[in-house]
Design a protein around this ligand. Structure first.
Ligand SMILES: *Cc1c(COP(=O)(O)O)cnc(C)c1O
Length: 368
């Protein structure tokens, strides 16, 4: 039997994709800011309700480029409870990551603990909207303003997330997205940066094209992260399906919550008031004592039944060899992040999960 995996890519209609491929073949323009690249940037601005989007080849390079563009140096405050790319981007810019513990109510960096981590060398905060749950962007902005810090949001999980009708991507100096195959919306590999003004957009577009500002002028140490025409066309088609996919995920979340509410030792997040969620993940948290089984025992039991959950985000980034020597990486500094990492399983969550499968999963969990 084929295992039930945690994600399944949202694939465009193959016939429609084939038609667009024909257009690309006829034009012979396959990369370098072609018409599909431009069309996808415009369509994403409209869908995400933001003024400026710059496409990238993945979700890691806009993180690197944001730090580079804002000339971030010294120390960058961030969360250990994320995908490892968040901290890697800080490291690749020659900066020192400073880990701050999380708020267990959301899994996001705890704004109450940020100020204590600020030193004279701090220049930026890089929070993550983990599982697409919005950070407390107002509190973070107030701290950043008080200390003159930049804020770059890793919004890889937060495609389409809105708070009171406004895109979460409008927060901070810049936000970055990932369009990897495993995400809610994908371009196979891909990503984007969201910024707030035309000047920044222009500078970012230079930087993602080696720093070229015209045929012979190079304005900075740029990189190559230009999305090609084929994946841009694929992305245009995916945008037509993403609302339906998010609604299908919402229904999965409703079924999981109905079946698991009241199972002793299992907790999960509910929707936040005023938030348009994207249901990018469905994490559950296991209290081993109350549940009568450890997280790993349940994780492997599910695997034995062909259900491949993922322990996102375990282990914490702060425990990897590159980072574990940092003073802020100590377990004493990050008790709540450790607790969450040690208790989490992300259940399968995608647009194609049937009632039969979610029933099977919730029955396995509730019949321990
Ligand atoms: C997926 C992800 C990234 C990296 O995106 P890629 O497109 O895989 O490079 C960065 N940060 C977070 C939080 C992610 O989940």
């Amino acid at each position: 039997m084929k295992p039930i995996t945690v994600t399944s890519p949202l694939l465009p209609d193959l016939d429609e994709f084939h038609e667009l491929l024909r257009e690309i073949w006829d034009s012979k323009w396959i990369t370098n800011n072609g018409s599909f690249h431009q069309a996808l940037e415009a369509a994403l601005c409209e869908y995400l309700k933001v003024p400026y989007v710059s496409l990238f080849t993945n979700g890691t390079l806009p993180l690197l480029t944001a730090l580079q563009a804002l000339r971030i140096t010294g120390e960058v405050i961030t969360t250990p409870y994320s995908f490892v790319a968040t901290t890697h981007a800080i490291w690749w810019n020659g900066c020192k990551p400073v880990f701050v513990d999380i708020d267990p109510a959301t899994g996001n960096i705890d704004p109450d603990k940020i100020e204590a981590a600020i030193t004279p060398r701090t220049t930026a905060i890089m929070p993550v909207h983990v599982y697409g749950k919005p950070c407390d962007t107002k509190r973070i902005a107030a701290i950043a303003d008080k200390y003159g810090l930049k804020v770059i949001y890793d919004a890889a999980h937060a495609f389409g997330v809105e708070v009171n009708g406004e895109s979460i991507l409008k927060a901070g100096d810049m936000s970055t997205l990932s369009f990897h195959a495993t995400k809610v919306y994908n371009t196979i590999e891909g990503g984007a940066m969201v910024m707030h003004d035309a000047e920044t957009k222009k500078r970012i577009d230079y930087l993602k094209n080696f720093g070229f500002a015209g045929e012979t002028e190079v304005v900075g140490p740029g990189i190559n992260s230009k999305m090609d025409e084929i994946r841009s066309a694929y992305g245009l088609l995916g945008l037509k399906q993403v609302d339906a996919a998010i609604e299908a995920r919402h229904q999965v979340a409703i079924r999981y919550r109905e079946a698991l509410r009241g199972v002793k030792g299992i907790t999960f997040f509910d929707d936040m008031p005023g938030v348009r969620h994207n249901y990018s993940y469905f994490p559950i948290f296991i209290d081993a004592e109350e549940y009568g089984m450890t997280r790993d025992e349940l994780y492997f039991k599910l695997r034995d039944h062909g259900i491949w959950g993922r322990r996102y985000f375990y282990p914490l980034i702060s425990t990897f060899s590159t980072y574990r020597g940092l003073p802020s990486a100590s377990k004493e500094n990050l008790p709540l992040a450790h607790k969450m990492a040690d208790s989490v399983i992300c259940l399968p969550m995608h647009h194609e999960l049937t009632v039969e499968v979610t029933d099977k999963i919730t029955t396995l969990i509730s019949s321990r």
